[in-house]
Design a protein around this ligand. Sequence first.
Ligand code: NAD
Length: 517
Amino acid sequence: MSTLAKEFGIDKALAQLGLQETNHGTSTGNQHFGSGPEIKSSSPVDGAAIAKVTTTTQEDYEKVIASAKAAFMEWRVIPAPQRGEVVRQFGEELRRLKEPLGKLVSYEMGKSYQEGLGEVQEMIDICDFAVGLSRQLHGLTMHSERPGHRMYEQYHPLGIVGIISAFNFPVAVWAWNTALAWVCGDVCVWKPSEKTPLCGVACQQIIAGVLKKNNLPEGISCLINGDYKVGEMMTTDKRVPMVSATGSTRMGRIVASTVGERLGKSLLELGGNNAIIVTPDADIKMTVIGAVFGAVGTAGQRCTSTRRIIIHEKMYDKVKDAIVDAYQQLKIGNPLDENNHVGPLIDQDAVKNYQKALKDVVDQGGNILVEGGVLSGQGFESGCYVKPAIAEASNDMAIVQHETFAPVLYLLKYKGDVENAIEIQNGVDQGLSSAIMTNNLREAERFLSHAGSDCGIANVNIGTSGAEIGGAFGGEKDTGGGRESGSDAWKVYMRRQTNTINYTTELPLAQGIKFDL
Ligand code: NAD
């Protein structure tokens, strides 16, 4: 354990979470196994090794699926409110372990400690939501065209839900899926990102304790670990009727076609290219806070990070100067130190992508306003710390059309009506999050109308980043079309059944068809 890790209490956090130097990356509840090669979990904060996690072999995977299938037989017949009670207890455990888990998220992934705590809070929030939901899960009743008939629909669990998650939300995305899937009566198998495997082991230990206390089958929560090949075990497996996959659009295309080929369901939460429109009626102070947090928070590694600011020409210089000025105040460094605003990128590959984007933006005619660069020297030994950069660009540049998962912000200018800004905002392949900063009701409503933003999330006077769990979360176009979390997103974890009951002594056919014997 590094000196920095000890100084910030990572050793204590790991002990509280029951983590070892080497951890089994495959488990069904409390049964830990996994004989595949180890992955090293190392921190982008200081480059130090944290622990090792074993990966999942095909043989291990078969054991997991057998256990999950057996668990489903029991879990699906437990009344939903009782399943909700288990999720409630899980939420209580998360409250108890919020600090150590938030610290591990921060140290293994590199986001600020505050954001690490926020991620655990999202897990707690979705548990609370799911508990209430467990007394609902309602279908509709409808009037039958036949006399003496009753018609209604109900929702049943699907079975095994496979979850594939990205590195940047190493715990919350799993909880968004599992908390809902569990109250719906499904069992879950999770493959976390190979870049943040320890967070996966920590979460699994927490739920395993709850399952054990309630004497419930192990296979309700299963963990598998490894790279895309382990993910493929689920995407190609007919025994997994649904796969929820969060990650890049590149990954989503492969997952969608693999799962689609076997007519499974997939829920896709993929990349974004999110923009804030700044109109002549915008509040500049609010705009700057929203834009800067959106662009540099989590070092630009949120799916909802602000990548483009589309500013009206009348406001352009004012907004540009204010944002550039705010960038000068940013403190980059150890994300566990709450004085810093910007932590590291996840790894050296991410740094290379960032450097390439900065080169591309210049090659494609952009104008750098705030220089980027990789930081070195004391405190930056991991080589993953980069300076947030800003460039003036245009929407048709290839690099602007692309999601660079790093703090690179593009300023774009629009003229005339808000429609022109909306056209630029929609003029990318991705469709996750969007925002408008304006005090003008007409502009705001046009942005929110059916001719407005084409994204899954459209905000007024709020940035693009940071969603509440109560709404359905997800995006359109290359973002994949999936919705998770709040609203009626639970329906995707269930199968719908339409029931018609005849309580007469006749058998009339629908559409008045005559069939007399
Ligand atoms: P990634 O696509 O490299 O990996 C994501 C996960 O998919 C990992 O667990 C990986 O092992 C797995 N995977 C990759 N190829 C696979 C395959 N062929 N079959 C099965 N599994 C496969 O993404 P990343 O670098 O970890 O995360 C960053 C990306 O995730 C960004 O594009 C970001 O926008 C996106 N993201 C989207 C959301 C959202 O809700 N829309 C949330 C978080 C992250």
